[in-house]
Design a protein around this ligand. Structure first.
Ligand SMILES: [Zn+2]
Length: 403
């Protein structure tokens, strides 16, 4: 079995976006091409790869770009975290697991950001994915996002959350899970000064933006590391709760001895403990993707006839490799992303000028605008078929004859 993939940030420069077919450089052209892509009858001509393989359906691979219209920042877009905060560095798994101080800092920042995330909702792009699933154009979704918007928007369409989810915490010792909303309440009780500050910042609207200048203007100051300066409250004093399961029943350690789980008088985890550390149920940088999730994602690729990437620059290797796998299977590849995509040339290099979208599409449009239009066009059509039946699709003002 291959080694599970490690999640590490990709920092290389991205190429400028390419556009395929050439007319897909306008919203109307992209709409036409994406509709062709999703309805092409002859997506995959090879042999059946797995019992669940349906060559007429697409698998979606989504990234942060699909959630921008829900008010969340992406990483490399114009309002992205990495773009606005050049010094931003995510926490690494080994730091989180080994360093109490790093965890305090992580949870303090997360405490301030959670309300915004918690209030955010799926947008028109997620709802379009639901519609595409119901109409039979896609059979599964793989997402790099940890916001759970896909499972909220379309609970019945199989969705693989490649990097986990923020809606829960998992104990690194006993592996039991805890809802994040419950954990947030504990953080709030353990850190009254931060709670007062959070309420103040929610009232000024400072947390609605990732832009440091806008935040500063509304009273939220940050230091060069991107840490928020909370008056009279230092990161070193931030407290977080222990895993309730470990606290009630301390687990056995690897050496066979019983772990020690201690809390202060308010229930905050004590650094004298040897277990009971909760972590967000996401795959952190430097942490491996669980092998069952990795296998499920590979199977989802093998069960589809084409792949459509939405809102991802494929900067993480795990996502890039899934598209490479699709390429190796000769599957048509579609990419809908604002801005360049890692190694995108290689995905389209063999497409000739006769491609009208059915063999591949690359466009530079926002998903929440384009996908609802494509859904509108597809509503009048039938399931993709494998026969040579002529059908007409209404695409914008033009009528396209599909054969
Ligand atoms: Zn535990």
């Amino acid at each position: 079995m291959r080694k599970p993939l490690m999640r590490i940030p990709y920092t290389g420069p991205l190429p400028p976006p390419i556009i395929i077919p050439r007319y897909a450089n306008t919203p109307a052209g992209a709409r036409h091409a994406l509709t062709r892509f999703l309805t092409a009858a002859e997506a995959y001509k090879g042999e059946r790869r797995s019992p669940g393989h349906d060559p007429t359906k697409a698998v979606l691979l989504t990234g942060a770009g699909i959630s921008v219209a829900s008010g969340l920042a992406d990483y490399r877009g114009t309002g992205g975290t990495y773009t606005l905060n050049r010094t931003y560095r995510p926490i690494y798994y080994h730091e989180f697991v080994t360093d109490h101080e790093a965890r305090k800092r992580y949870w303090a920042r997360s405490f301030l950001g959670w309300t915004t995330l918690h209030k955010a909702r799926p947008n028109a792009a997620h709802m379009s994915v639901k519609a595409l699933g119901e109409m039979g154009f896609i059979n599964s979704v793989i997402t790099q996002n940890v916001d759970s918007f896909h499972s909220m928007a379309h609970p019945d369409l199989p969705t693989i959350e490649l990097h986990g989810y923020l809606r829960a915490l998992v104990c690194i010792h006993c592996h039991s899970q805890l809802p994040r909303s419950e954990f947030q309440k504990s953080l709030s009780i353990l850190n009254p000064q931060w709670t007062a500050f959070l309420e103040e910042m929610l009232a000024t609207g400072a947390l609605d933006s990732e832009n440091p200048a806008e935040r500063r203007a509304k009273g939220l100051k940050s230091n060069p590391d991107g840490d928020v300066d909370v008056p009279d409250a230092s990161y070193t004093t931030f407290r977080y709760p222990a895993c309730p399961t470990c606290l009630a029943h301390p687990p056995k350690l690897e050496d066979g001895t019983r772990a020690r789980v201690e809390v202060d008088s308010d229930g905050a985890w004590s650094p004298r403990s040897t277990a009971g550390v909760l972590k967000p149920a996401v795959v952190m940088f430097g942490e491996s993707i669980a092998s069952n999730i990795k296998t499920a994602a590979e199977e989802a690729i093998d069960n589809a006839g084409r792949i459509l990437v939405i809102g991802s620059s494929l900067a993480t290797y795990s996502a890039w490799r899934l598209v490479k796998q699709a390429k190796e299977r000769n599957m048509p590849i579609g990419i809908l992303n604002l801005g360049g995509v890692r190694g995108e040339d290689s995905f389209f290099s063999d497409l000739g000028p006769s491609n009208d979208g059915e063999m591949g599409i690359r466009c530079n449009e926002s998903a929440d605008k384009l996908l609802p239009m494509v859904v509108e066009d597809l509503k009048g059509s039938h399931m993709p078929d494998t026969g040579g039946i002529h059908r007409t699709l209404n695409v914008g003002n033009s009528e396209v004859v599909k054969s």
